[in-house]
Design a binder for this molecule. Structure first.
Ligand SMILES: [Zn+2]
Length: 67
C-alpha cells in the first residue's frame, strides 16, 4: 500500500502528494508547479513527521484513554 503525504509547497502554496517513504530527513522535494526544491529538515521535518503520525495512526501505548 502506497500512502502519500499532502505537502503544501512553502513557495507557491500548492499541495503536492509525496509517498511517505520519501519524507525523511534531508529529502529534497521538488515542487512540480514552481520547480523549487525544498529540503526537509529542522522544524519542517518535525512538522511532517507529526502529520505522518496522524495519517498512519498513533503508536500503540500501554495507557488506555477513558474512552
Ligand atoms: Zn511550489
Amino acid at each position: 500500500m502506497n500512502k502519500t503525504f499532502p505537502f503544501s509547497c512553502p513557495v507557491c502554496a500548492r499541495i503536492n502528494e509525496y509517498p511517505l517513504t520519501v519524507m525523511v530527513e534531508g529529502a529534497e522535494l521538488k515542487c512540480p508547479f514552481c520547480k523549487c526544491e525544498i529540503k526537509l529538515h529542522g522544524h519542517m521535518l518535525a512538522y511532517v513527521q507529526k502529520e505522518i503520525e496522524k495519517l498512519t495512526g498513533p503508536e500503540p501505548t500501554p495507557m488506555t484513554d477513558s474512552n
